[in-house]
Design a binder for this molecule. Structure first.
Ligand code: PGA
Length: 255
């Protein structure tokens, strides 16, 4: 099981093909410094996955996809299958990101089907869960997160020694520059861990890691990752240019 803290770089639709190539090249040139103390996972657009995998193949940096379709194959024009990204050399897949839940109406059922496919292909799911601002204000945050975790895992049995990552991302903290208070993140991390304890036998629990996402950068990353409750971060904005990404990795790596 990975003991280094995760830094999952979610490039979203922030970089085009050429910009992704340029950033991948910079990452590759600096791979030793970027992968000494953290597990860095780059998640570019589908079109840049193959380039990222090739460039990073002789480094400790891993590549992830930002999504897959909920069915393995069929008449689903424009979608990308889990097998396709697995064959490209991806090891990780982000699932149920709030961008997808919001703009593409992804449901808990979609996330459950995708999680199943990802685990069957022996890839590592990064399952995103988190409440809206209104839900937090009305004391619904825990309820929402519990539901999303339970549903996402409802079709799978964890396989021994295959990691499953759950990313707690309060939606109102994503891309706003206003991260949640680290203690609140840890509290939700503990809720998720307790759920997992209730759901799975003890020997399976080491498969799971909880990470935090939402306005993370080099200045605040250390206060979130304690290696016990929160084992890493999912980062959007501060992972999409080399200087910010490097500062982030160095800040966490120095701990
Ligand atoms: P952010 O995005 O770091 O820009 O807030 C996080 C995410 O969307 O996963």
């Amino acid at each position: 099981m990975n003991e280094q803290p995760y830094i999952i770089a979610n490039w979203k639709l922030g970089l085009d093909y050429k910009q992704s190539q340029a950033l991948i090249n910079e990452v590759k040139e600096n791979h030793v410094v970027l992968s000494t103390a953290t597990q860095l996972v780059l998640c570019p657009s589908f079109t840049s996955i193959e380039y990222a995998v090739t460039q990073c193949s002789d480094t400790a940096i891993e590549i992830g996809a930002q999504n897959i379709y909920r069915e393995p194959k069929g008449s689903f024009t424009g979608e990308v299958s889990v097998t396709a990204i697995q064959q490209l050399g991806c090891r990780y897949v982000i699932l149920g990101h709030s961008d997808r839940r919001k703009h593409f109406h992804e449901s808990d059922d979609d996330v459950a089907h995708k999680t199943k496919l990802v685990i069957e292909q022996e890839l590592i799911p990064i399952i995103c869960v988190g409440e809206t601002y209104e839900e937090r204000q009305s004391q619904q945050a825990e309820l929402v997160v519990r539901r999303e975790v339970k549903e996402a895992l409802s079709l799978v049995k964890p396989i021994d020694n295959r990691p499953i990552i759950i990313a707690y991302e309060p939606i109102w903290a994503i891309g706003t520059g206003q991260a949640i208070n680290p203690d609140q993140a840890k509290l939700m991390g503990m809720v998720i861990h307790q759920m997992l304890i209730d759901m799975y036998p003890e020997e399976m629990l080491h498969n799971f890691s909880v990470i935090y996402g939402g306005s993370i950068d080099a200045s605040n990353v250390v206060s979130f990752v304690d290696g016990r409750v929160i084992k890493g971060v999912l980062v959007g904005g501060a992972s999409q240019n080399f200087q910010d990404l490097r500062s982030l990795v160095l800040a966490l790596g120095k701990q």
